[in-house]
Design a protein around this ligand. Sequence first.
Ligand SMILES: *Cc1c(COP(=O)(O)O)cnc(C)c1O
Length: 433
Amino acid sequence: MNYYSTNHQTPEVSLEEAVVKGLAADKGLYMPCSIAALTQSFYEQADSLSFQEIAYRVADAFFGEDIPADTLKQIVYDTLNFDVPLVPVTESIYSLELFHGPTLAFKDVGGRFMARLLSYFIQKEGKRQVNVLVATSGDTGSAVANGFLGVEGIHVYVLYPQGKVSEIQEKQFTTLGQNITALEVDGTFDDCQALVKAAFMDKELNERLQLTSANSINVARFLPQAFYYFYAYAQLKRMGKAENAVICVPSGNFGNITAGLFGKRMGLPVKRFIAANNRNDIFYQYLKTGIYTPRPSIATIANAMDVGDPSNFARVLDLYGHSHKAICEDISGATYTDEQIAETIRLVWKERRYLLDPHGACGFRALAEGLQPHETGVFLETAHPAKFKDTVERIIGEPVPVPEKLQAFMRGEKKSLPMSKDFAAFKQFLMGR
Ligand SMILES: *Cc1c(COP(=O)(O)O)cnc(C)c1O
């Protein structure tokens, strides 16, 4: 299947080119040229299928034309070797726990899937090594680094701001070694992102190193997130609750919710979506006014959603033919302050003994406030609360147990290279590799 750019100023490309390039030449985001609906019988049987079986059917609809069936199946089965349980929090609100993967955050699936797909294309074409650059304020770096760990033909450089990520986050990408190099930048997250952008613009560097990005602009990273939504439906169906399902997604760059919207286009019976924001409520304001006004992000306790210009907004617009009305029919919004997020975590812990992380708390609250009678709500719990241990402990006034997987990272030895925020120095370093 071919992919077109949301800016429509550049020719369609193959899946391979969309994955290797990431962003289209006209700076648009790639979209699949068609979105195949899944069969009625798939939906009827969904409650008897496993997560892997469901994901394979969805992956086949996206990538089946371009990847041999046995290879695709293997990629899916390797990527999804953990469960994504649907856990009741109230009588009508369920938490879809996306945090049982290697780094305890939902980005694990996209990171791993993209690594395997890219590796397939590199081997098939006998290509030389591809180098992935990723700037991170914490969570993306760990998911991408762990997803790409040990994958042949790919080297990953994680750029992160010195002293500005938590110790848990830092350990998840600085202790790995092998094909992962952590660069500790003497600057802010914006400086890291500026270095990565400048590198992509630099012709000489690109020719020498075959650079690509691994954030949710890449189709191989964001589309696999659709698997989650189909599996949520299967579990609701098992409980006899699949009718009038409302799915609420804590959103930052809007990659995750866009994957859900693709699911709906493939026939997934979701009544409507809610995009939950922290104070970075650009999308919420767009729904209210029809006007999209990006602005610099502000720091919140749900920091993976501190995004002032969501990159996947272009995909949402494109999917709905730029119709504000059509978008509002499928998606509503919510926005919460740090105080409201903290209050929600405290209350749900006290009354329900369910410990939310700050991102999931936005999702839960939007359902608690916005669910109609006869609707069943599912919010995506995007990270394990222990990933935000200090914040969550301060809020509930109790220690938060750290899962063994996270503790194992903590025991590792940090290895990073210091890097100046000056592009010339960064370029010289990369050219010398
Ligand atoms: C990345 C992230 C989000 C936001 O996801 P988007 O796809 O960028 O909207 C929400 N919560 C957590 C924990 C994340 O890491």
